[in-house]
Unconditional design. Structure first.
Ligand SMILES: NC(=O)C1=CN([C@@H]2O[C@H](COP(=O)(O)OP(=O)(O)OC[C@H]3O[C@@H](n4cnc5c(N)ncnc54)[C@H](O)[C@@H]3O)[C@@H](O)[C@H]2O)C=CC1
Ligand SMILES: O=C(O)C1=NCCCC1
Length: 337
């Protein structure tokens, strides 16, 4: 449904008037999260995000993406970010307006809307709810990084039990081969139990473990995904071996990466999505970046196999753009307009 149409229909008009407005032509459609979810299959998304990382890292103009602008809202509990990118290969411009309100109870803590523009003539093509895209493209970036950095993905550990925890479990199970066991630990025991139960029903062939502690969860895991909003470290250096583990560090206190103990970051080989993004948001612990994941994808840099690897995922607008392209193309060919 068109967003202007929707707003007018639901807020102002009588039922007869509503059907007249529904016929109004030319307004860009608004795709809500259930529409987006139905048009965003995992494997094409992971492939598209992986390619977007490589396109970005080439710095050849095929991706235009300024560092996102953001600000905190007084009294400091909220954050607003504006992130735009053009992707030549996806032939799209996308702008995501995103907020983080960690104290929200009845609303998602991360909320967003995406505006999709045509690079051919600048017209506004569509508006999309950004929550599903954010959940999925972030997990897709972790799967893409894991493809290039992990020796194995047989045992997966996920710290956290929220939106990103679920999307990471789904992304690995849908788009990564060889996952046999998924362990989950979350500070909120009840929410973690519910997530384990729900995933067990969704993927009956996979072994899910509700871990008693974060340390037990990560012991012996091949891939660790940290997906909490914790402002303090939840993953510690002494818990992990010298090498043979890959970590996707996704969460933290927005916008900084705060989930990993500094000693762990300092001894790991650190990778990121964007050096510029990392430089503006990494927080107080400064570590050298070995490579961007996109450089690994394109082969212009090689992974350091002698160390634990950490992918510091800050989130990039070009990931939203290629996800929005999949949704938009699916919508156009669905006949649902
Ligand atoms: N890198 C990226 O591109 C993106 C990163 N994020 C970040 O990922 C994190 C998770 O986001 P969502 O899953 O959407 O949020 P959510 O609110 O659905 O889940 C947050 C999880 O963190 C846990 N948590 C909160 N405080 C904690 C603490 N002090 N110690 C341990 N666990 C704690 C909660 O129990 C919950 O399991 C956030 O930090 C968010 O900013 C979100 C979207 C994109
Ligand atoms: O890239 C994103 O989208 C986000 N990144 C940091 C936290 C909020 C959402």
């Amino acid at each position: 449904m068109h967003i202007i149409t929707y707003l007018i229909k639901t807020l102002v008009l009588s039922s007869e008037q509503r059907s007249d407005v529904a016929e109004m032509a030319g307004a860009p459609p608004f795709l809500d999260d259930s529409a987006v979810e139905a048009l965003l299959p995992w494997r094409p998304l992971v492939d598209a995000v992986e390619r977007s990382l490589a396109d970005y890292s080439r710095r050849d103009g095929s991706v235009q993406q300024p560092v996102r602008s953001s600000f905190f809202l007084p009294p400091g509990s909220g954050w607003f970010g504006s992130m735009s990118a053009f992707s030549k290969s996806a032939d799209i411009i996308a702008t995501k307006l995103v907020t983080s309100f960690p104290e929200n109870v009845n609303l998602p803590k991360i909320q967003s809307t995406i505006l999709v523009h045509s690079p051919a003539d600048g017209s506004l093509l569509a508006l999309m709810s950004g929550e599903c895209i954010t959940a999925r493209r972030t997990a897709a970036a972790s799967v893409a990084a894991t493809r290039h950095l992990a020796a194995r993905s047989s045992v997966l550990a996920i710290l956290g039990s929220g939106v990103q925890a679920r999307s990471h479990a789904e992304a690995f199970l849908e788009a990564s081969d060889g996952v046999k066991e998924v362990r989950l630990w979350g500070r909120n025991r009840a929410a973690t139990g519910e997530l384990v139960e729900s995933l067990s029903q969704q993927y009956p062939a996979v072994r899910f473990v509700h871990s008693e502690s974060a340390q037990l969860c990560v012991a012996g895991a091949d891939v660790i995904n940290t997906t909490t909003a914790s402002p303090e470290p939840i993953l510690f250096d002494s818990w992990l071996p010298d090498k043979g583990v890959h970590i996707n560090a996704v969460g933290g206190k927005v916008p900084h990466k705060t989930e990993l103990e500094p000693a762990l970051l300092q001894r790991a080989a650190v990778y990121t999505d964007s050096r510029e993004g990392a430089a503006s948001e990494v927080g107080p612990v400064r570590v050298p970046v070995h490579a961007e994941v996109g450089e690994l994808v394109s082969g212009s840099a090689a992974a350091d196999k002698d160390k634990i690897s950490v992918f510091l995922s800050f989130g990039m607008a070009v990931e939203d753009a290629v996800a929005a392209r999949l949704v938009w193309s699916g919508y156009q060919s669905s006949g649902d307009h």
